[in-house]
Design a protein around this ligand. Structure first.
Ligand SMILES: [Zn+2]
Length: 490
């Protein structure tokens, strides 16, 4: 059965609004009558049930796809639109708002079309006429004929602010094509883009504790506009906004949690949007938290267990390296990791990259005082002083200036590296031809300066050997005669 005369369908109008107009035209009564005549359950049709829409398409001869594009599937706890799960409040098929000028242009009451775009929570104006949408006297009807009843059209109120970019994007996304224009947003649902934009913008505009449901439509529009200008640029711009949000947090507690630092944004992603996947914003915020906070391994952050600690606080670092906090704090100041003039609270709020800080502290804990280095390297005190002066042995903490060497310590790994090079030298074969002596002896015989000869041996530029019965620098021997001969011929 195909109805005649036909009523043209345009998917800018919701299917339910169209069905009511069609029914009035053919039966003189509202939507229910026609739908029942088609043998469709009214409830199913109103809820956008796929089969019900298919029977309607069949009965009217209209393309099913067009009708589906203009209907919202309403389920018990959520809804779906064009195959994407959405929250019920995000897009409603109820004819609750309208643009008076659009309706005037439609003509008769029976021709008033409820636009799909007016059902979106983030749409507060008619972008075609720059007018605020007007609330219908009744908010739970699905067509404007019943929503307005016998009421006159509301007053047209001009919006002076320019049309937000997100509205143009939304219109293009639902009624045109935006594919390929912004790959980042193309991969997301409309709600993911707009809800995240609204949240970011609301916090930037109204502070961390903003309750977005309490914002007026104009405020929601403004916040969404601010957020969208950031969100549309992609993850890097969002991270920058998160930096700002984190920095402007008034949280001063040493161990301020993410709720205090990111406010309603964190609350939303942590608890409120569980039914609907919020999209990439959740991963971006989690990364931001893990990247800038000291998160204990095993903690769940926004639904994902953090396995690796990226940052320490002074507290957790102290526990990890077994150095008491006041001493650790002084040490980190010496190491340049905490500014010299930082207060205790400021130091407490700082985070330290795990890999780097633990290595540094462990190096410090096992470091060797300069005075013990001769014994460790099996060298004379004089030799060590020379090596220290020329930088072949360097202190763990860079020296700020000329000062006492009393507290200078050397990283054990640094000294071990030097000792390993000695171990790699071939063992001296006492029966081999040549005149083998320690480096210092060679230097006295004119083979050059101790530090240069040692460096050359360790670098393999001069062949050195080690005595199997000794260790360290004292074990190194060189062929003095051939060295001097080389020196003379050079
Ligand atoms: Zn309009």
């Amino acid at each position: 059965m195909t109805l005649w005369p036909a009523l043209p369908f345009n998917s800018e109008e919701t299917l339910l609004s169209y069905a009511d107009r069609l029914s009035v035209m053919h039966t003189g009564r509202g939507m229910k009558r026609l739908v029942r005549d088609f043998g469709i359950d009214t409830e199913n049709f109103t809820s956008g049930y796929v089969d019900a829409v298919a029977v309607f398409a069949d009965a009217t001869g209209l393309p099913l796809l067009d009708l589906q594009q203009a209907s919202v599937r309403v389920l018990r706890s959520c809804a779906s639109f064009r195959g994407d799960n959405i929250s019920k409040l995000f897009l409603s098929p109820r004819a609750a708002r309208y643009c008076p000028t659009c309706l005037e242009e439609d003509g008769d009451r029976a021709d008033w079309r409820f636009r799909l775009i007016w059902g979106f929570h983030h749409v507060a104006r008619c972008d075609l006429h720059a007018l605020w949408l007007v609330d219908a006297p009744t908010s739970n009807e699905t067509n404007l004929r019943l929503a307005l009843g016998t009421s006159e059209l509301g007053e047209a109120q001009t919006v002076h602010a320019k049309t937000p970019d997100y509205l143009s994007w939304l219109r293009a996304r639902i009624h045109g094509s935006v594919n390929g224009k912004n790959k980042w947003m193309d991969g997301q649902t409309i709600e993911q883009v707009l809800a995240a934009s609204e949240m970011l913008g609301s916090i930037l505009q109204h502070g961390h504790k903003v309750a977005i449901t309490k914002l007026k439509p104009g405020e929601t529009e403004e916040a969404t506009d601010i957020g969208f200008s950031i969100y549309a640029e992609g993850p890097e711009a969002i991270e920058e906004a998160l930096d700002t949000i984190r920095q402007t947090s008034t949280a001063t507690a040493v161990q301020a949690g993410p709720l205090a630092l990111y406010g309603s944004l964190f609350n939303w992603l942590d608890r409120q949007c569980n039914a609907i996947n919020p999209g990439p914003i959740r991963d971006i915020l989690r990364d931001h938290i893990v990247k800038h906070s000291a998160v204990e391994p095993g903690t769940r952050v926004l639904g994902v267990e953090i396995t690796e600690r990226r940052y320490h606080t002074l507290y957790s670092l102290s526990a990890a390296v077994g150095v008491e906090r006041p001493r650790l704090s002084r040490l980190l100041k010496k190491l340049g990791e905490i500014p010299m003039d930082a207060t205790e609270v400021e130091s407490g709020r700082m985070v330290f990259e795990t890999a780097k800080s633990v290595r540094l502290i462990e190096a410090f804990a096992t470091a060797i005082p300069l005075r013990d280095v001769p014994a460790y390297l099996c060298a004379t005190q004089n030799q060590v002083e020379i090596l220290y002066r020329v930088g072949l042995v360097h202190p763990l903490i860079p020296r700020a200036g000329r000062g006492s060497v009393r507290h200078v310590v050397i990283a054990r790994s640094h000294l071990d590296e030097l000792l390993n090079k000695v171990t790699e030298l071939p063992v001296l074969d006492e029966t081999a031809a040549g005149e083998f002596h320690p480096i210092s002896y060679a230097c006295q015989r004119g083979a050059g300066r101790f530090e240069d000869l040692l460096a050359d041996v360790l670098d393999g530029k001069v062949q050195g050997y080690r005595r199997f019965d000794k260790v360290g620098i004292g074990a190194i021997e060189v062929d003095v005669r051939s060295l001097i001969a080389m020196k003379k011929s050079a």
